[in-house]
Ligand binder design. Sequence first.
Ligand code: ADP
Length: 293
Amino acid sequence: MNRTKMERLAKLALENGRDYSELVEIKPIRGGSINEAFYVRTTENEYFMKFHADAPKDFFKSEAIGLRLLKETNTVSVPNYYSYSDQPGNSFLLMEWIEGEEAPDTEAILGRKVAQLHQCYGRMHGFHNDTYIGLLPQPNKLLPNWLEYFGTYRLGSQLKIGVERGSISGERRNKLEKLLQLLDKWVPTFVEPSHLHGDFYHGNWIVGPGGEPFLVDPSFLYGDRQLDIAFTELFGGFSQDFYDAYNEVYPLRDDYEDVKPLYQLYYLLAHLNMFGESYGPSVDKILVRYVGD
Ligand code: ADP
């Protein structure tokens, strides 16, 4: 993005966020996988700003709602957000700048606080708004039955996208459809609908002042907490301290190891649909494990 546009957007974001002081500095920082990211400083404050040139409908609104719902649990730390816009070509999210050094107990605190987050329950599974996983749409609904929500709205919606995009066809499609029929063997029907981050891999938590861990970039839903924990294990990067602290506060259930690959399958399908066939073999391996050759 050119400098003039960067400044114009930052000023718009600051005004919307009620900071009318002078813009002193704005610089691009290495962002995540999807958006351009900036460090923004005014005479009053420091900010983190995300920008996407072609964000889909309600993209940053959805992230902002997720941040707010996580924050309202008063468990794990989450950056404040100040303003967002989903206007085509002008979409941004302005939030609190978070910076700090990891402390020896940072990951234990993260484990404990995520467990406390998971002890906050909604009334039903899913969410009333559609959200995103990466840039893929994640249609949602609130349902009392977790099995139905996860089967239809999570695996089912990735199956649909994959069929449309041609990344799920032939044997892979047959096996996935068969798995959806058999899902009740492993996925629970009635579990507590916990507040979930929904996209909880090691890139989506950061360290703030005093070594405090902060969650960022949620794809919020209410659901089985084991979904969040299963995803931490898919791409790794969480220490044993994290798991020990989590289990101390809220032990994983006995069915965790059996259901884990099915929860990981959702994220693998999303990656397959977004990034292509390099995720295909991991998807197929899980399908074979559950429905056979
Ligand atoms: P994307 O949506 O593009 O994946 P993220 O929200 O994950 O972007 O942010 C990208 C990176 O920017 C994060 O991995 C983190 O290193 C950094 N980051 C995110 N939020 C903040 C923040 N509030 N303050 C400072 N750095 C942040």
